[in-house]
Write a protein that binds this ligand. Structure first.
Ligand code: PXP
Length: 242
C-alpha cells in the first residue's frame, strides 16, 4: 500500500499571512492524521516563510503517524533534524530563494557530500530519502550514498499528464523498477493532485509513499467553499435583529 504523507507548508503560509495562530498548524496536523493521512511532511526553509523552526520542534508531539522533514541539508537544517529525529528526512537541493523545489539532486557530482550527510542521519536512526529525477544514473548514485529511499520528482509527470501525454509515466515505471532492484525504497512527490494521482499509483510498481501539499490545500478550499458560504448565508439570514 502506498502511504499518503500530507505536506502542511501551505497551512503555515496561510497562518503567517495574517499573524496570530489561525489556522492552528498543530491542530490541523493532528486532524489530518485523524482523517486518515499516514504521514505529515514539512519543508522548513532558511527564511522560515512558511514552516518555522519552532513549528518543526513543536510538531513531534502532534504526529503519531510518520513524520517526514524535507530540505536542503545546510548546517542549521542538519542540527534541527538531529534534534527532532523524525522518522524520515528527505534531502532536497533547493536554493535558499526557490519558490518550491524545482530539481532533483545530481547525485554523481554531490555523492561524497550526500554520503556524509546520510551517514550522520543514519547514526541518529533516521531513514533517509534523496529527491531525484528519473535518470537511472542518479538513482544508482543515490544508492551509493547509503540512502534508504529516493523520492521521484513528479513535476514532469504532472505537466505531461495535464497535456494528455500519459507516456511520461514510463520513465517513472523504469525508475521505480530500477530502484527496487538495487534495494532502494521509492517515494514520489510534487504537483500530484486529484486528477493525476490514481493513474500514477496504479502504474508505478513500487511506491512506498507520496507526499502532497499544494493541491490538497487548493482542492480543500474549493471543495469546502460551497458548504461554508451556505453556512454564512444561513447565519446572516437567520439573524434576528434586536
Ligand atoms: N516533495 C518535495 C521534495 C517538495 O519540496 C514538495 C513541495 O514542498 C513536495 C514533495 C510536495 O509538492 P506539492 O506541494 O506540489 O504537492
Amino acid at each position: 500500500m502506498t502511504k499518503l504523507s500530507v505536506n502542511i507548508n501551505k497551512i503555515a503560509t496561510l497562518r503567517n499571512a495574517r499573524g496570530g495562530n489561525k489556522p492552528d498548524l498543530l491542530l490541523m496536523a493532528k486532524d489530518i492524521q485523524s482523517f486518515g493521512a499516514q504521514g505529515i511532511t514539512i519543508h522548513p526553509r532558511p527564511d522560515q516563510r512558511h514552516i518555522t523552526y519552532n513549528d518543526a520542534l513543536n510538531l513531534p508531539e502532534f504526529v503519531n503517524t510518520e513524520f517526514n522533514i524535507e530540505g536542503n541539508p545546510i548546517g542549521k537544517f542538519i542540527d534541527l533534524i538531529c534534534q527532532i529525529k523524525p522518522d524520515q528526512v528527505t534531502l532536497v537541493p533547493d536554493s535558499i530563494d526557490a519558490i518550491t523545489s524545482n530539481a532533483g539532486w545530481d547525485t554523481i557530482k554531490n555523492k561524497s557530500f550526500l554520503k556524509e550527510v546520510v551517514c550522520e542521519f543514519k547514526n541518529h536512526g533516521i531513514r533517509t530519502s534523496i529527491f531525484v529525477d528519473t535518470d537511472l544514473n542518479f538513482i544508482e548514485a543515490a544508492k551509493e550514498t547509503g540512502a534508504d529511499r529516493i523520492e521521484l520528482y513528479t513535476e514532469s509527470y504532472a505537466v505531461n499528464f495535464e497535456k494528455g501525454n500519459k507516456k511520461e509515466i514510463n520513465k517513472y515505471v523504469d525508475a521505480s523498477n530500477f530502484a527496487n532492484n538495487i534495494g532502494l525504497g521509492v517515494n514520489a512527490g510534487h504537483d500530484l493532485n486529484l486528477e493525476n494521482i490514481n493513474f500514477f499509483v496504479k502504474e508505478i510498481p513500487f511506491l512506498d509513499e507520496v507526499s502532497i501539499g499544494h493541491a490538497i490545500i487548493c482542492e480543500s478550499l474549493y471543495l469546502g467553499l460551497e458548504n461554508v458560504i451556505n453556512m454564512y448565508l444561513q447565519k446572516i439570514n437567520n439573524a434576528i435583529k434586536q
